[in-house]
Design a protein around this ligand. Structure first.
Ligand code: FAD
Length: 301
C-alpha cells in the first residue's frame, strides 16, 4: 500500500460531502449505518441521500434522512426527483421531508420511467424538468437547492451547449450549488468549468468523486451515464483481481490523486459517492492527510 499521499495544497482543508443511498435490506441498512458512523468524524459539510426516480424509494429515503437528522450532527440533504409524479405529489413529499427537518434538497429530473436510454416524458401534471422542480422548491420554502451537472454532458443532451443551457435554467430558477456526475479526467472538468463560467453561471460546481469499488461494474455504469473511464485504469488495476486489498489501494490512490490535482487547480469542495461503504473513502482521505491512516482490508467489493 502506498501511503505517499499527493498532498492537498490549499491553505484551508477542502470541504467534503458524502452521498448515500437508502438501504434495500436489513443487511444493507447495517452497512449504511456503519458507514455513517465511520465517516461522521470527518465532519462533512453535508451528507445527501438519493431518491429513486418516480418515488420508488420514498419511504426508505425519508427514513434514512430522518435518522441522519435525529441521530447525527451532520447537515442532511434529500435528493428529490420529479419524473412520473404530479406537482401535488412532489409537494406532499417535500412537506414530509420538511417535517423531519430537511432544509437542503438535491433537485433532479430523474431518469425516464422506461429506463435510461428511453424517451423522457414529463408527467402531464408534473414539474416538466429539473429547472421547474427547483423553482417549485424555492416557492415552497427557504431551501438550499443543489442540482446536477455533467462535465461530459448528459447522454440525452444534444451537445455540451444544451447541457450548460439547462444548468443555467436551473440556476436562474434558484439552484445554489451543482454536484457533478463522476468523472476521472480533470482536464475535462476544467474545460467544462470554463464553459460554465463563460455562460455566466457563478454557483459552486462541486466535483463528484467516485472511488472505484469495482472497475468492471464502474465501466458498465459509466457507459450508461456518459462518463468516460481512462484506459490507463486497466493497467493500474491489472493483477489486483485476486487481491482485494491491492485493488482498494489502487482505487484509493486514484481518487486521492484526482482530488489533490483538482485542489491544485483551485477546487475546494468535493462530493464523494460513498456507495454506502466507508473504507475506500477513508483510505482516500487519509492519503490526502485529511484523516488518520486506515486499514484497507474489506474496502473492495
Ligand atoms: P436535467 O438537469 O434536467 O437534465 C440533464 C441534461 O439532460 C440537461 O443538460 C439537458 O440538456 C438534457 N435533457 C433533459 N431533458 C431532456 C429532454 N427531454 N430532451 C433532451 N435533453 C434533455 N437520479 C435519481 O433517480 N435519484 C437521485 O437521487 C439522483 N441523484 C443524482 C445526483 C447527482 C449529483 C447526479 C449528477 C445525478 C443524479 N441522478 C439521480 C441522476 C439523474 O436523475 C439523471 O441523470 C437524469 O437522467 C437527469 O436528471 P437531471 O436532474 O440531472 O436532469
Amino acid at each position: 500500500m502506498t501511503e505517499t499521499a499527493p498532498a492537498i495544497t490549499g491553505t484551508k482543508p477542502p470541504r467534503i460531502s458524502f452521498e448515500f443511498f437508502p438501504p434495500k435490506s436489513p443487511d444493507m441498512a447495517d452497512q449504511l449505518w456503519q458507514t455513517v458512523h465511520a465517516l461522521q468524524p470527518l465532519a462533512p459539510d453535508f451528507v445527501s441521500v438519493t431518491y429513486g426516480a418516480g418515488g420508488t424509494t420514498r419511504e426508505p429515503t425519508l427514513d434514512t434522512v430522518r435518522r441522519l437528522i435525529a441521530e447525527t450532527p451532520m447537515a442532511t440533504a434529500a435528493h428529490l426527483t420529479c419524473v412520473g409524479a404530479t406537482r401535488d405529489e412532489v409537494r406532499a413529499v417535500v412537506d414530509e421531508f420538511k417535517a423531519v427537518g430537511v432544509r437542503h434538497f438535491v433537485a433532479l429530473r430523474g431518469d425516464p420511467q422506461g429506463g435510461v436510454g428511453t424517451r423522457y416524458e414529463p408527467h402531464p401534471g408534473g414539474f416538466e424538468n429539473a429547472a421547474a422542480l427547483v423553482r417549485g422548491l424555492r416557492d415552497m420554502g427557504d431551501f438550499e437547492v443543489s442540482v446536477s451537472a455533467y462535465p461530459e454532458k448528459h447522454p440525452e443532451s444534444a451537445d455540451a451547449g444544451a447541457d450548460i443551457d439547462m444548468l443555467k435554467r436551473k440556476v436562474d430558477a434558484g439552484a445554489t450549488r451543482a454536484l457533478t456526475q463522476f468523472f476521472f479526467d480533470n482536464d475535462i472538468f476544467e474545460r467544462y468549468l470554463e464553459q460554465v463560467r463563460a455562460a455566466g453561471i457563478t454557483i459552486p460546481i462541486v466535483p463528484g468523486i467516485m472511488p472505484i469499488q469495482n472497475l468492471t461494474q464502474l465501466k458498465r455504469f459509466a457507459g450508461m451515464c456518459g462518463a468516460s473511464v481512462p484506459e490507463a485504469f486497466d493497467l493500474r488495476f491489472q493483477s489486483t483481481e485476486a487481491n482485494p486489498e491491492a485493488r482498494a489501494s489502487v482505487a484509493a490512490d486514484i481518487a486521492a490523486e484526482q482530488i489533490a490535482d483538482l485542489s491544485q487547480r483551485g477546487i475546494e469542495e468535493f462530493h464523494i459517492y460513498t456507495m454506502n461503504r466507508a473504507p475506500l473513502t477513508l483510505a482516500t482521505l487519509s492519503r490526502l492527510g485529511l484523516y488518520g491512516a486506515r486499514d484497507l482490508s474489506g474496502a473492495a467489493a
